[in-house]
Design a protein around this ligand. Structure first.
Ligand code: ZN
Length: 265
């Protein structure tokens, strides 16, 4: 079940839904058993698609790494343990920084440090450079290639896992995979990352250019309107609050051309 073994284990972290084991070169993620006491307060927890998210992540990595030049973590293995829990193992990117953390300090070499560093040591200038690099890379390299991956069926391999900003409002709703209604003029679906923002974009610690696009748990084929991305934390958080947009998205997902009974919210 484990490709790398635990020999050079560096750290083990249990979150509400998964256990993360890192070595110098690998990241192993395992889903917790449903209703197992959670890490936060020992209360039993579970969530829809907790296993499927890891297997979906693996399927997305296989698809994107074989059909595009988008840089993604190398998939080392995935599967299901004898107790039914899913696991996923990927290669780590040594030194990589999440885009959202770039501004935590100035990343320029000694002697070339920016002069706008805050009292807390944060550097907005480095943050802005990295965000601009990431925005250009996503617009030029990532989104066009994802839009080239098309399907007439939603989800991926029969499973539909909507973005987290949708799941947040519908934690117990399953959306069955559906076919595009060509007769109604509906075009096919495009492959979407699902949560493409500052915490799934990894950049080089010195050049501040994009190294990897990670976290493909929510990826799948969706209407083109789902092909959204942002390099700004505030914009990402706003996804969760924009109920009008959510309503349009749900209508598209269910093949109703927009419009959701808001009583369900
Ligand atoms: Zn700086």
């Amino acid at each position: 079940m484990v490709v790398s073994g635990y020999v050079e284990r560096e750290a083990e972290v249990t979150t509400a839904y998964q256990k993360y084991i890192t070595t110098k070169t690998t990241l192993h993620q395992a889903a917790l058993k449903p209703w197992q006491p959670g890490a936060a307060d020992g209360a039993p927890i579970s969530r829809l698609y907790n296993n499927e998210r890891l297997l979906n992540h693996a399927a997305a990595l296989r698809l994107v790494s074989s059909k595009t030049t988008i840089p993604v973590p190398k998939l080392l293995g995935s599967g299901t343990n004898p107790d039914g829990t899913a696991w996923l193992e990927t290669e780590r990117t040594p030194g990589g920084l999440w885009l959202d953390t770039v501004r935590d300090k100035c990343r320029m070499p000694a002697g070339k440090q920016h002069t706008t560093i805050t009292a807390d040591g944060e550097c907005d200038e480095c943050g802005a450079i990295a965000r601009a690099n990431a925005a250009r890379f996503l617009a030029d390299e990532v989104i066009p290639q994802l839009n080239m991956l098309t399907s007439d069926t939603t989800g991926l391999a029969g499973v539909v896992i909507p973005p987290l900003w949708v799941m947040h409002h519908f934690p117990a709703t399953c959306w069955p995979s559906r076919k595009a209604e060509a007769g109604a003029g509906e075009e096919g679906f495009v492959f979407c990352h699902g949560n493409l923002h500052g915490h799934s974009i990894m950049v080089h610690p010195e050049t501040l250019h994009v190294l990897k696009i990670a976290d493909w748990d929510d990826a799948g084929f969706f209407p083109r309107e789902f092909q959204v991305w942002t390099v700004t934390r505030g914009e990402y958080e706003a996804y969760y609050e924009d109920m009008g947009r959510l309503e349009r998205m749900m209508g598209l997902m269910e093949g109703r051309g927009g419009g959701l009974e808001m009583s369900r919210l």
